[in-house]
Design a protein around this ligand. Structure first.
Ligand SMILES: Cc1ncc(COP(=O)(O)O)c(C=O)c1O
Length: 451
């Protein structure tokens, strides 16, 4: 299958109506799409002040209001188009209003959207079985977000520590500096970035931080923490640190971490919330590292924009009993139908091959651009379609300057860490759209750095 047909590939039996609504070739360059004529639903201009009165000010927002999308493109309330290389921050796996998803949610909402986990939910079982058949895990717990998936893993690790390792007091979970695991109290504590803790003390007990990609740091921490008997229950890491700056895990490091966890009989838990479900060009981030975790956590791409999270584990790590954990919405028929739609799309098509090819194209293009500005840029790094353009440490401009300038030119990007501009387009992105993003990036950098 050609990547250009990815937008129209369907897995469920898409109705004739959905298929006929497919002209939309999200792969066509914006100039050829007649995007200036895209209708908007608003007659009045969007009022940001009115929005800000009602919505808590927890986000720094860019001054555009998005109201519709198709493929890799979104439109604001003024009808202006943007090429979306943010994708809900690595979430919209199949882009926007993909016919497979439209068909699945339309059909499912007419059948059954939600029932309690007090009853069997066939679609939940189907998704769990697909995930376990296609990974190293044996079972899944479903929830609604990345933070909640990580919370589930944290609870699992604590119970594992108490019941399997005989830790009576406080089981400790080791996480990495510069990591990101979420914003609930436990997951923000797990996040090894003090700026996220500021104002929210006391943090949750039972976490300890080590340097990422540094075996000696982990060995030293375990030796110290376990000096008078077992206290460490788990090590929790991202296969590639996303928010921390698109920083890929090192193969040798992860091999060593696996060996250490086996030696100490502690859990290796991988936070795959940003990289799981195909974003790296492999189904799971851990496949890039040649190891298997005991536990891994998913969200973002699993639902392609419909909120779902999951914690998966091997049978040897599953210490949960009935009543230990729950989530009202977790794994309801609606979200699991979408999850299965994406799963089948990956299984039946060339999506992962597209992620690999487009990722290579993007990194090569970004490296070629970076080579023109060696005094400002280091180059590109990443896996598949999670990539970062890295600014030099001594560069006065920040990633946000590049992101703002790109937005002015109709390209959506997002910073990661303090030095990186992140590119995380939908996984269906086409060759032409990557070229288009590179062209805009080049224009923007020429404006910012001169040249
Ligand atoms: C690696 C990782 N873990 C956890 C989270 C938190 O996910 P959520 O915002 O769905 O709670 C994120 C969000 O960016 C993430 O990148």
């Amino acid at each position: 299958m050609s990547p250009d047909t990815l937008i129209s590939q369907t897995t469920d039996s898409v109705s004739a109506q959905s298929n006929s609504a497919e002209p939309e070739t999200a792969t066509t360059p914006s100039s050829a799409m007649g995007i200036e004529q895209q209708p908007t639903s608003n007659t009045d201009p969007f009022d940001t002040d009115e929005f800000d009165q009602g919505v808590m000010q927890t986000y720094g927002r860019f001054p555009i209001a998005l109201e519709r999308g198709h493929g890799c493109r979104v439109w604001d309330t003024d009808g202006r188009a943007y090429l979306d290389f943010v994708a809900g921050i690595a979430t919209c796996t199949l882009g926007h209003s993909h016919p497979s998803i439209v068909e699945a949610v339309t059909d499912q909402i007419q059948r059954l959207q939600h029932v309690s986990n007090l009853y069997y939910i066939p679609l939940q079982g189907e998704l769990a079985n697909w995930l376990t058949a296609n990974s190293c895990a044996d079972s899944a717990f479903f929830c609604n977000s990345g933070a909640e998936a990580n919370e589930s893993a944290i609870k699992l690790a604590r119970k594992y520590g108490h019941t399997r390792l005989g830790i009576e007091e406080e089981p400790i979970i080791i996480t990495a500096k510069s990591s990101f695991h979420g914003r609930t109290l436990a997951t923000v504590t797990a996040t090894g970035q003090p700026k996220y803790h500021k104002g929210f003390t006391p943090m949750v007990r039972g976490f300890h931080y080590v340097e990422y990609n540094n075996t000696a740091s982990l060995e030293a921490a375990i030796a110290e923490l376990n000096a008078h008997g077992p206290r460490v229950a788990a090590v929790m890491l991202e296969p590639l640190q996303g928010e921390g700056g698109v920083n890929p895990g090192n193969l040798e490091y992860f091999k060593a971490v696996r060996e250490i966890c086996d030696r100490e009989n502690i859990l290796l838990m991988l936070d795959e919330v940003q990289v799981g479900m195909g974003r790296t060009g492999k189904l799971w981030g851990y496949e890039n590292l040649g190891i298997e975790p005991d536990v891994f956590m998913l969200a973002k791409g699993l639902g392609g924009g419909i909120p779902i999270g999951a914690m998966l584990c091997k049978a040897s790590a599953d210490v949960f009993d009935k009543g230990d954990h729950a989530s009202t919405f977790g794994g309801n028929p609606f979200v699991c139908r979408v999850g299965m739609t994406i799963a089948k799309f990956i299984e039946q098509g060339d999506l992962l091959a597209n992620v690999q090819a487009r990722g290579e194209q993007l990194r090569a293009g970004l490296n070629a651009i970076a080579a023109k500005y060696p005094e400002h840029l280091v180059g590109a790094r990443g896996w598949g379609l999670i990539n970062g353009l890295v600014l030099r440490d001594d560069e006065a401009k920040a990633p946000i300057d590049v992101v703002k300038a790109a937005l002015d030119e109709g390209l959506l990007l997002v910073p990661a860490g303090t030095r990186v501009v992140r590119y995380v387009p939908p996984l269906i992105v086409s060759e032409k759209e990557i070229d288009e993003a590179l062209t805009v990036t080049e224009q923007v950098l020429a404006k910012i750095f001169g040249g």
